[in-house]
Design a protein around this ligand. Structure first.
Ligand SMILES: [Mg+2]
Length: 190
């Protein structure tokens, strides 16, 4: 089977990592509750920043956020390794910009994710993901972002949402922990 994955906040906990980095850089503590209540992907509002200031902060730190110590979501590496060993095809589809493609691929490999160069797509807009996903004829696709998930409505494709505070309104099968997916997939294949 073909499995497609978004990366940021699906396979890795980038926002939560950024939340820590922002506190450190700004020298101020923000209640974790506020983070868990955010209704959008961007995190700057809990630091009192405007969208413009938030974008500036993110862009100034993006290399550190992407390539330093951001942790994979618990169980994600193990799950993808298992799928790979079972002979399934694993695709990565990220809207990180094209200039980050090579480094992102290498970083994923270093974390233990099974990555094949010809099964890695980046540099597209959210709305363009849908075309790639259709062309690849995936069986499963996982993402966290409402703007992407809302565009995917195909009978043959099983879309699952990686649970985050800003996507709870979506009525889709929901992954809270990657470890739970082993069972789901085994049941599917019986
Ligand atoms: Mg994402």
């Amino acid at each position: 089977m073909k499995f497609g994955f978004d990366i940021d906040d699906t396979l890795i906990d980038l926002r939560e990592y950024a939340f820590g980095v922002y506190q450190e850089k700004l020298g101020r503590e923000v209640d974790k509750e506020a983070f868990h209540e955010l209704q959008r992907v961007e995190i700057h509002e809990i630091f009192g920043m405007s969208d413009e200031e938030g974008a500036e902060m993110w862009n100034s730190l993006v290399d550190e956020l992407y390539y330093a110590d951001c942790p994979p979501s618990p169980g994600a590496v193990e799950l993808l390794q298992t799928l790979d060993q079972q002979g399934h095809e694993i695709y990565y589809i990220t809207s990180r910009t094209a200039e980050h493609g090579e480094n992102t691929k290498e970083w994923l490999k270093k974390q233990g994710f099974p990555v094949r160069d010809d099964r890695f797509y980046c540099g597209m807009k959210d709305a363009e993901k849908v075309q790639i996903i259709e062309d690849l004829q995936l069986d499963y696709y996982f993402d966290d972002k409402p703007a992407v998930l809302e565009t995917l409505n195909h009978e043959a494709l099983k879309v699952l949402v990686r649970d985050q505070s800003y996507n709870r309104h979506l009525d889709l099968p929901r992954i809270k922990q990657w470890a739970d997916l082993h069972e789901l997939i085994e049941n599917e294949m019986k």
